[in-house]
Design a protein around this ligand. Structure first.
Ligand code: RIB
Length: 300
């Protein structure tokens, strides 16, 4: 097993998770089932997924100087993630996500707070960390200019970039060109492709970078032809963070030199195991757990 150095630049949130049998309509009150505060944030989730698999993982982000911030930093450290570069900021509170779980699905509202203090200057101050990584993993819960800066530095140092374009927003072509792999879900991919004017060649090039996650329908990507990787059947408890688990698993597997097809299959197993427990990170597996799971599926 080669040492994988993965750097994640992104969000760190506390997830405020309400489980309810019925989601209220506007103006209505309903009685829910349970409430939990659970570590989350797309950046932090992806870092935890990579670290559990054994990657040497560094997180760059911001939390507030508050209890959530302290808890989240302690938690990330306990997962073996290098958070020496995550400094609490005084003028914003830690990001939160208000999550409603109902009937096996979720709705999420993110209040970014301190995540928006991850400015391009903050990113630039970690050029050395980016330069010495195998993979840079990015999402869209920090300012877009910071994501662009990070991708620019990665290209400068020939570091592979994976961009998980979530939550989706219109993205500049210049950013997409710097990325090696884009990991949208079907909805995000559609919006991304519709929001930009492409020539036929550009569209084809971009599609080749896309690893499209389709939930229980599996993964689709296009090389010379369309490749479909099926998902695994598991007992679903909570799908929050399934995409993040996929991204962490995908980054790990690519950094180990796996083919695109093998990396997708591996990451699909990571995501499948992650949804069997409550919370974005609780179900994220170790490498041994993924290997054991793949064996039960007759895959290894
Ligand atoms: O992808 C799931 C994550 O999205 C949650 O953990 C929440 O914090 C939001 O960022």
């Amino acid at each position: 097993m080669k040492n994988s150095k993965i750097t994640v630049i992104g969000s760190i949130n506390m997830d405020l998770v309400t489980s309810t049998n019925r989601v209220p309509i506007l103006g209505e009150t309903v009685m829910g089932e349970a409430f939990h505060t659970i570590p989350g944030g797309k950046g932090a989730n992806q870092a935890v997924a990579a670290a559990r698999l054994g990657a040497e993982t560094t997180m760059i982000g911001c939390v507030g100087n508050d209890l959530f911030g302290q808890d989240l930093l302690k938690h990330l450290k306990s997962q073996g993630i290098n958070v020496a570069n995550v400094k609490p900021v005084t003028h914003s509170s830690t990001g939160i996500a208000s999550i409603t779980l109902s009937n096996g699905d979720n709705q999420i509202i993110v209040i970014p707070g301190a995540n928006y203090q991850v400015t391009p200057d903050v990113v630039a101050s970690f050029e050395e960390v980016i330069a010495t990584s195998d993979i840079l993993l990015l999402q869209l819960e920090i300012p877009l200019e910071s994501v662009e800066k990070a991708a620019e530095l990665a290209v400068k140092h020939q570091v592979k970039v994976i961009l998980n374009p979530a939550p989706i927003q219109p993205l500049p072509k210049g950013l997409l060109e710097k990325v090696n792999y884009l990991t949208p879900n079907e909805y995000e991919q559609q919006l991304l492709f519709d929001s930009i004017e492409w020539t036929v060649e550009e569209r084809q090039e971009m599609l080749k970078k896309c690893i499209i996650t389709r939930g229980s329908k599996g993964i689709t990507f296009y090389q010379d032809e369309k490749v479909e990787i099926p998902s695994f059947k598991v007992d679903v408890v909570d799908t929050t963070g399934a995409g993040d688990s996929f991204n962490g698993g995908f980054a790990y597997s690519i950094s180990q030199g796996a083919s695109l097809e093998d990396a997708c299959r591996f990451a699909t197993a990571v995501a499948a195991l992650s949804v069997t427990k409550l919370g974005a990170q609780s179900g994220m597996p170790t490498l041994e757990e993924v290997q054991a799971f793949l064996q039960t599926q007759g895959e290894e």
